[in-house]
Every structure is written in C-alpha cells, then in structure tokens.
Design a protein around this ligand. Structure first.
Ligand SMILES: Cc1cc2nc3c(=O)[nH]c(=O)nc-3n(C[C@H](O)[C@H](O)[C@H](O)COP(=O)(O)OP(=O)(O)OC[C@H]3O[C@@H](n4cnc5c(N)ncnc54)[C@H](O)[C@@H]3O)c2cc1C
Ligand SMILES: *[C@@H]1O[C@H](CO)[C@@H](O)[C@H](O)[C@H]1NC(C)=O
Ligand SMILES: *[C@@H]1O[C@H](CO)[C@@H](O)[C@H](O)[C@H]1NC(C)=O
Ligand SMILES: *[C@@H]1O[C@H](CO)[C@@H](O)[C@H](O)[C@H]1NC(C)=O
Ligand SMILES: *[C@@H]1O[C@H](CO)[C@@H](O)[C@H](O)[C@H]1NC(C)=O
Ligand SMILES: *[C@@H]1O[C@H](CO)[C@@H](O)[C@H](O)[C@H]1NC(C)=O
Ligand SMILES: *[C@@H]1O[C@H](CO)[C@@H](O)[C@H](O)[C@H]1NC(C)=O
Ligand SMILES: *[C@@H]1O[C@H](CO)[C@@H](O)[C@H](O)[C@H]1NC(C)=O
Length: 580
C-alpha cells in the first residue's frame, strides 16, 4: 500500500512539475507593469527629489513605497527587474541565478577572506529575489533589544505579509523532519506560525502554492505612482555632502551611472527635512559610505578618498551566521522543497531542511541550496575552495548516479553569531566587491552551538519519524564519510577528529547568506538610523543589525523598511525632527 501511494505521489509531483514549468511563462505576463520604473539611461543628467534611496532591495522597496505617499521619492537600483525571469520567480530553479556569474546576473558572487563562497543581490527586490524564501519574524526579545515600537512592528509585518507571505505545502519529507525534531525533544509543536517561539514550527514562505516567488519588489504595489521614480541599472558611486559653513556635513545629493556608463546627479530639494537613505545591503552600505568619505580615517587615506567624517566603525561588526548541513540519501522519492519547518532550540541553534534535486543552471541534476555550482562546497575545507576544487566537485556531481540526488539536507544555523569581522575597500569602483572577513567560529560559543545543532540533526536522522527517508545500512559515521564516492558529506580527515563535530563544523562551514553588520546601530547609526555626525543621511537595511533577527532575517528586513517609512512620515507630520 505504501508503495502504491508513494508511486501516486511521485506521479503527482512530476505532473505538478510540468504545470509549474508552463505556468512559469504565464507568470511573466502577469508581472506588474509599474508606470514608475524606468531604465537609468532615460534619466535626466540632473534631477531633484525629497528622498533619494540608494538600493532597491529588501528594505529599500518597502521604504520607498511608504514614503512615496507624501513625498517625491527616487529609488536607485544597480540591478534590473526581477519580473519575467524564471531563474528568480520559480522555486524549482532556486540556485540558477546564484550560479550565473555573468555581469548582468541578478547575483554577484563574493568570497570572504575566510574562503567561504557567498552571494549578494543585484536586482530590484534585492536578496528576496535570490533567497530560499523562508519567512519568519524576529523574536519579541530581538524587538525589545533594538528598541522598536512593538505595535508598529506588528502592523508593519502584517503590511508585508498581506503581499508576500504564504503557508508552505509541507509534503512528506519536510513533515518527517518536523516530526523527527518533535520526537527528539525540540518541543512544543507550534504548528504554522510566523512568530519566533521555542520548539518546532512551520514558518512562512514567499513562494505561493504554485511555487512562484513574491519579492520585496512586489511591495511597490503599495506605492503612490505619482510620488515614486524607480531607476534600474542605476549604480550609485558617491553621496555628495555640503561641508562649508556648517557645523556638520550635510548629505545633499548622489552621483550615479547608468548602464552605458553615463553620469547623472540627483539632489535633494531645498528647504526641508529631506534625506538620502542608503539601503544598499550589508556589503553595499558600508562600502558606499567609505567611497563617499565617511569611514575609518586610515582606510580613506589609503585609498586617497577625501575625508568627510572619520567614523571608525563603518565596515566593522560584519558577521555571517555559519551554516553546516548533512545530506541524507533517501530510499524513496522526496519532494523538491526549500525551507519550510524550523526547530528553534534553547541552545541557540536553528534546525532547517531542504530536499530534492532541482535543475539549476540548465544541468540535469543538482543539490539546490547545497550545490557546488552556487559555491556551496562543504566537502573541502574553506581555504581550499579554489575554482579547481569547485570544478572538480561539479564534475564528480555530474557522474553521480540518479539515486544519489534522491534525499535532502538537514542544516543548522546558529543564532547571533558572536564572532565578528570587518570590511575594507578593495577598489574605488562601487561595482566591485569590497573585501570582507567574517571570522566564522572565532568565538567558542559559536562552535559549541554548531556542535549541539549537529548532534540534534544526528538524532533527527535516527528518529522513528524520519526512518522511511533513511537507508538502514547507512550508519551515521558512514553518512558523514560519503566523500569517497560522492561530493556530499565530509568526514574530518584530521587524525584525532574522526568523530569530532568541532572539526566537522569548521571544515564544512557554508553560508546561509544572512550576513549583516557594517553600519551597526549605536556605532554608525543612532536609534533613528541616522548616520552619526552628519545630517540628512540614514542607513536602513541589514547592515544596521548587531545580530541576525529571528531564524531567518528577510521578514524583519522588509518590516524595517515599512516601519521606518511610517516613522519618518509620522515625525514629519508632527513637525518633529532633531536636526533642523
Ligand atoms: C541565496 C540567499 C538565500 C537566502 N535565504 C533566506 C531565507 O530563506 N529566508 C530569509 O529570511 N532570508 C534569506 N536570505 C537573506 C535575506 O534575503 C537578506 O538578509 C536580505 O535580503 C538583505 O536585505 P537588504 O535590504 O539588507 O539587502 P539587499 O536585499 O541585498 O538590498 C540591497 C540592494 O542594494 C543594491 N545596491 C547595492 N549597492 C548599490 C549601489 N551602489 N547603487 C545602487 N544600488 C545598490 C543591490 O543591488 C540590492 O538590490 C537569503 C539570502 C540569499 C542571498
Ligand atoms: C507598460 O506601461 C507603459 C506605459 O505605462 C507602456 O508604454 C508599455 O508598453 C507597457 N508595457 C507592457 C509590457 O505592457
Ligand atoms: C505583536 O504580535 C505578537 C504575536 O505575533 C504578540 O505576541 C505581541 O504581543 C504583539 N505586540 C504588540 C505590542 O502588540
Ligand atoms: C538563468 O540562469 C542560467 C544559469 O545559471 C543562465 O545561463 C541564464 O542566462 C539565466 N537566465 C536568465 C533569464 O537570467
Ligand atoms: C571512509 O571511507 C573510506 C573510503 O571508502 C574508508 O577507507 C574509511 O574506512 C571510511 N571511514 C569510516 C570512519 O567509515
Ligand atoms: C591527537 O591525540 C594525541 C593523543 O590522544 C595527542 O597527543 C595529540 O596532540 C593529538 N593531536 C591533535 C592535533 O590534537
Ligand atoms: C500624507 O498626505 C495626506 C494627504 O495627501 C495626509 O492626509 C496625511 O496626513 C499625510 N500623512 C503623513 C503621515 O504625512
Ligand atoms: C519626537 O519624536 C520622538 C520619537 O521619535 C518622541 O519621543 C518625541 O516626544 C517627539 N517630540 C515631539 C515634540 O513630538
């Protein structure tokens, strides 16, 4: 009977896959034709606005949509439109954009000094166009700690959720992981909820029931079309300041380049409390401040940048939550899924899962979130992840038997993290990546949380609930030793470390792309997100976080864009502004 239902399930999955494939093309026809989105090449050489927002990403889009109701807003995004690109819109193509290394790709690869291959967005909608879609709110503790107004936070989350958040399908494999977590004590069962609560839950997703992605760009539906101008392929190279005759420098314009390289200037309209807001992400925001003369003096000097303000903490406090995962081959077919369920443990580790092969990069078989094609190479220690090692892993993967792709990954990501690093300029070109160091596991507490997370995963794999998705003959040590025949799990080769989860953590570390910091609150911006020591400039995005909120950050990044938009409007309505 079980075989029969499984076979029926598999048939349904294939059929659904075919449907998905075709509806993907229909989706592009339904893409909103925003009247306010233009290519930067069509922009005048000089223009004037009340607000200029740099970065049409996860925070920038909701912020622009909100401010456009009462002010004229210019949103400058260096990438193109996400609409009509199946690499972005289709769940089963996850990873395609991340493996596209062309200069027009919506994803820009970067490799931290730690050796971990990573990615940053270059598209309207930002990281929400590339990500695994999991949608989960920050904890009440996080909200209290930042000092946000809880009521406005809730209203802002709901504003976001009405457009982009959905309940995931929870098929057999994700359900087995959830039940396994409950069985090994990650309790209670909190059902389906966006809230951050200890125990096991099903979270939200920005993929709808047909597997179509909804992104922060969709939040522009809320905009007032006559108050907003969005320019695509508009790369901001510098923020301009007035310094003469003022106690503090004041931001008053930006220089951006269009796709043909032509320079444009946009200025703030005069005589008001107008502002420039930087929402260029955790790499882009500190980088742009430095390129504009705000940052550590020694770095500005080293690059011969005229100093506007010596602000030593710009680019400091960079963190990336390490991710470690175990692949479990399955004797039965599994659905294609990205993250749907999460275990929120008391020891500071979050357990999540993804399953099924997908078809990223036009190749026949892939490991989705964990594909070497997107740079997630866990079978080689970080510093050894050379282009040659990547190519070898891809080649090995192509040789694998079909059955090897049947299965899924259970991963853990730690809270925080405690370990921090730093970002420095490499060149004077805003399009180039800065250099970034995250120092994974430098703090022993991070390592301890990883070990506890992995031990929990081991128990989930051995749970009764998970048993039908595990080969009985594959013992845990054998599972971890799956490198010999396939590029999957890495058994630490170190002499003493055959069972050392500490070594496993360090050697197999990957990213879950939740990197943040660089313009942290209290160090670069104040509690109103205003850049310390200058006027008319704020930073509003993931670069302001001291740690990554909730289990996964995007819900809170979108919330923050809306939240700050509403607060700015309210403050101006009340005639309340501290600087003028
Ligand atoms: C592959 C991947 C998977 C992820 N999975 C999840 C998940 O499942 N759940 C979750 O909650 N989070 C996930 N995340 C994390 C989440 O998506 C990010 O934390 C979030 O999108 C960051 O938002 P942001 O606004 O800070 O930056 P971004 O969204 O990156 O926005 C910054 C924008 O600024 C633009 N920009 C930068 N510099 C300039 C410039 N000089 N001029 C003009 N424009 C500029 C960029 O092109 C970009 O669009 C994932 C991220 C990635 C990359
Ligand atoms: C989008 O709208 C603009 C005018 O608002 C129109 O010129 C253009 O043809 C439309 N594009 C599509 C694909 O419908
Ligand atoms: C916000 O919503 C959460 C549930 O999602 C609730 O626990 C909390 O009390 C709410 N906060 C306020 C201030 O209403
Ligand atoms: C989708 O991704 C693939 C490879 O990752 C790339 O070759 C292709 O050009 C991309 N398509 C679009 C529309 O960006
Ligand atoms: C790991 O696999 C290799 C090659 O198959 C084998 O020689 C070794 O004994 C295995 N180690 C363990 C701990 O299973
Ligand atoms: C390995 O273990 C031996 C004895 O248990 C010890 O002397 C040695 O220092 C260990 N090596 C490492 C690298 O930890
Ligand atoms: C925005 O403008 C409308 C009228 O256009 C006004 O009624 C409203 O009070 C304003 N709101 C804020 C927050 O400024
Ligand atoms: C100004 O705004 C702050 C919060 O941003 C508030 O505490 C203060 O009371 C406001 N002042 C006036 C005069 O409205």
């Amino acid at each position: 009977m079980a075989t029969l239902s499984r076979r029926r399930w598999f048939g349904t999955a294939v059929f659904a896959g075919i449907l998905l494939f075709f509806s993907g093309f229909c989706a592009s026809e339904k893409a909103p034709n925003y009247s306010f989105v233009h290519k930067a090449t069509s922009a005048p050489p000089i223009s004037y606005y009340d607000y200029i927002i740099v970065g049409g990403g996860t925070a920038g889009c909701p912020l622009a949509a909100t401010l456009s109701h009462n002010y004229s807003v210019l949103l400058l995004e260096r990438g193109g439109s996400p609409y009509g690109n199946p690499n972005i819109t289709e769940l089963n193509l996850f990873g395609a954009a991340l493996s596209d290394l062309s200069p027009t790709s919506p994803s820009q690869r970067f490799i931290s000094k730690d050796g971990v291959i990573n990615a940053r967005a270059r598209v309207l909608g930002g990281g929400s166009c590339l990500n695994a879609g999991f949608y989960s709110r920050a904890s009440l503790h996080d909200i209290w700690e930042v000092g946000w107004d809880g009521r406005l936070v809730n209203e802002s989350y709901q504003w976001v959720e009405r457009v982009v958040a959905f309940e995931p399908p929870m098929q057999q494999w994700q359900t087995a992981v959830r039940d396994g977590m409950l069985e090994v004590g990650v309790v209670p069962d909190n059902g389906f909820t966006y809230d951050h609560i200890y125990g096991t839950k099903v979270g939200g997703t920005i993929f709808d029931k047909d597997g179509h992605r909804h992104t922060a760009a969709d939040l522009l539906e809320y905009a007032n079309p006559s108050g907003l101008t969005v320019l695509l392929h508009a790369s901001v190279h510098r923020i301009l300041f007035r310094t003469r005759g003022r106690p503090r420098p004041k931001a008053h314009g930006v220089i951006f380049r269009d796709a043909s390289g032509a320079r444009h200037r946009a200025y703030l309209k005069k005589g008001s409390k107008n502002e420039i807001i930087v929402s260029a992400g955790a790499l882009g925001s500190p980088q742009l401040l430095m390129l504009s003369g705000i940052g550590p003096q020694d770095q500005l000097k080293a690059h011969k940048i005229r100093e506007v303000l010596d602000l030593p903490m710009v680019g400091q406090g960079m963190s990336d939550n390490p991710m470690n995962a175990i692949f479990i081959p399955s004797p039965v077919p599994v659905e294609i899924s990205l993250i749907e369920t999460v275990g929120i443990t008391h020891f500071g580790s979050y357990i999540e899962a993804a399953s099924g092969a997908n078809f990223a990069g036009g190749a026949t078989r892939d490991f989705g979130m964990f594909s070497p094609k997107i740079g997630q190479l866990s079978t080689v220690p970080p510093k050894e992840r050379t282009p040659e090692a990547l190519a070898k892993a891809v080649e090995l993967m192509d040789k694998l038997d079909e059955a090897a792709f049947r299965g899924g990954f259970i991963l853990e990501k730690i809270t925080g993290p405690m370990s921090t690093g730093h970002l420095e300029l490499q060149t004077l070109n805003a399009n180039d990546n800065p250099s970034v160091t995250f120092n994974y596991f430098k703090d022993p507490l991070d390592l301890e949380r990883c070990v506890q997370g992995l031990s929990t995963i081991e128990r989930v794999i051995e749970s009764k609930a998970f048993s039908k998705f595990r080969y009985d003959f594959l013992t845990l040590p054998a599972l971890l030793n799956m490198t010999a025949s396939s590029p999957i799990n890495l058994l630490p080769k170190h002499a003493n470390a055959s069972r050392s989860l500490e070594q496993f953590c360090k050697d197999t570390v990957m990213t879950i792309w939740h990197y943040h910091g660089g313009c942290q609150m209290g160090k670069v911006v104040d509690h109103d997100y205003k850049v310390l020591g200058v006027d008319a400039l704020r930073v509003i995005d993931g670069s302001t976080f001291n740690h990554s909120p909730g289990t996964n950050p995007q819900a809170t990044v979108m919330m923050l864009g809306r939240y700050m938009g509403v607060r700015i409007l309210r403050e101006r309505l009340a005639g309340n502004d501290s600087h003028e």
